[in-house]
Design a protein around this ligand. Structure first.
Ligand SMILES: [Zn+2]
Length: 450
């Protein structure tokens, strides 16, 4: 019998931690942090102390006590004994925080399997962020088509479309059963064909179990969602009908969205202005020829915005070493102000203060290309609108979700046709019952035999 245990991603969005046990082989799929992680005990600057390793997490039961999983140093201040690894491998579906964040606690002797592109994302995040550290691991990269053998278990990663490149689902051929895990996926993105390939492969294996994401499984979809091509079309309509500048904000790792805005810039003969961090990430990702992204150093339509730092004179030494390589592509607030009609600019909410220096002319456009706020009393949303109003900017909400919708989940589950279906990455697992009779409501840390 194959055993499944869900240590995370149960009644929560993200934080997936799924253990598959086949005879003596134990493999974990994803090891992320949910979006509501620790919210009952930690808030703002009150957070688990990194010096304490896992002590603070164990105090509140925020991470599971799994034998032979964690690094010795992470257990040093806890009463949970260190053991040599009893987990044979960890597979990561994609580089989003809610699927990878907790690998920093894992024993470095356990191999971590991940997509070639996912590795590039993790490196980029560590190199450009002072608080991101996944620690040392034995990384092993894969691409679709590769079959990875862990004892008698063969894991087959298959690409899926999600709001980050290099996202995968897995078809797991255990000695005593076949299990399919979707990771996060969607059917309305730029690469729907990738998800279709995955569904096709999963269905062909006649799986015993399907572990399926359900982010958008909700009684009613309250927020407006477009497809990626609609986001492009509607953005193009805005840009082509104005001579004012466009600012946009989107998830920093959503390369489909960046490409969408890049396409709009091309069509309208504009240059796209990005941050040094995005330029650095692009510089990494172009190593993967499958991703079809602009080269920030070579592409003449890409400019890089440098904020004024330290000396205030844009001196090389003001910037981190990793930031300096794009200085030939530098634009400053003065340049942006003078060339507003020729530019589209990525501007993250936390960089809004740059608007004070850029001084955009009234009537500029702003596209919020992210999820709408969850509540009407969202403070950040209020502040964002105050800024837009102050600078006389026009607001547009245009976003395509990274996740498959409720109806499509129904079709996917039916098509794959597994004997048992386990919802994860959802707050509404019970709604899966309405779409399929083989659904089991997953309980945290309970053992399921398939
Ligand atoms: Zn996720």
């Amino acid at each position: 019998m194959v055993k499944l245990v869900f240590y995370g991603g149960v009644n929560e969005i993200g934080g997936n931690k799924i253990l598959l046990e086949d005879r003596k082989t134990r493999i974990l799929f994803d090891f992320g942090q949910s979006f509501t992680f620790g919210a009952d005990y930690f808030t703002d600057w009150l957070s688990p102390r990194s010096i304490s390793g896992l002590k603070d997490h164990f105090e509140f039961g925020l991470l599971p006590k799994v034998r032979g999983l964690y690094a010795k140093e992470q257990l040093a201040f806890t009463d949970f004994p260190y053991m040599e690894p009893e987990i044979d491998a960890i597979f990561l579906s994609h580089a989003h925080f809610d699927h990878v964040a907790h690998i920093c606690f894992v024993d470095p002797q356990i191999p971590v399997f991940l997509g070639v592109g996912t590795k590039l994302f993790l490196e980029s995040m560590e190199e450009t962020s002072s608080f991101c550290n996944y620690r040392e691991h034995m990384y092993r990269t894969f691409r679709t088509g590769k079959k990875i053998k862990i004892d008698d278990v063969v894991v087959e990663p298959v690409h899926v479309d999600h709001s980050i490149p290099a996202a995968y689902g897995f078809v797991i051929h255990a000695a005593e059963g076949t299990v399919v895990y979707t990771g996060d996926l969607r059917m309305h993105g730029a690469r729907k064909d990738l998800t279709e390939d995955f569904v096709e492969r999963a269905k062909g294996c006649e799986p015993d179990a399907l572990i399926c994401e359900g982010t958008r499984m909700a009684p009613r979809e309250k927020r407006k969602n477009y497809s990626e091509s609609q986001v492009e079309q509607l953005s193009d309509e805005i840009v082509s009908s104005t001579d004012k500048m466009l600012f946009m904000t989107h998830y920093s790792r959503d390369m489909d969205r960046l490409r969408t805005f890049y396409n709009v810039a091309m069509k309208n003969d504009k240059e796209i202005v990005i941050s040094p961090k995005t330029a650095y990430l692009l510089g990494k990702l172009i190593q993967d020829e499958h991703l079809d992204l602009p080269d920030p150093l070579e592409d003449e339509h890409v400019r890089v915005y440098y904020k004024r730092k330290k000396s205030g004179t844009y001196d090389d030494s003001d910037y981190y070493v990793w930031e300096r390589q794009f200085m030939d592509k530098m634009v400053t607030c003065e340049f942006v102000h003078k060339n507003q009609g020729k530019l589209m600019m990525d501007l993250d909410f936390y960089q809004f203060a740059e608007l004070i220096d850029i001084k955009p002319s009234r009537g500029c456009h702003f596209i919020h290309s992210m999820s709408e706020p969850f509540s009407e009393e969202d403070i950040k949303d209020t502040v964002l609108h105050n800024w837009l109003e102050h600078f006389g900017m026009q607001f547009h909400q245009l976003h395509a979700s990274g996740h498959i919708n409720k109806e499509q989940i129904g079709s996917l589950v039916t098509e794959i046709g597994a004997k048992k279906v386990f919802p994860v990455h959802t707050e509404n697992a019970h709604l899966f019952k309405q779409i399929n009779k083989n659904v089991l409501i997953t309980k945290r840390e309970k053992e399921y035999m398939i």
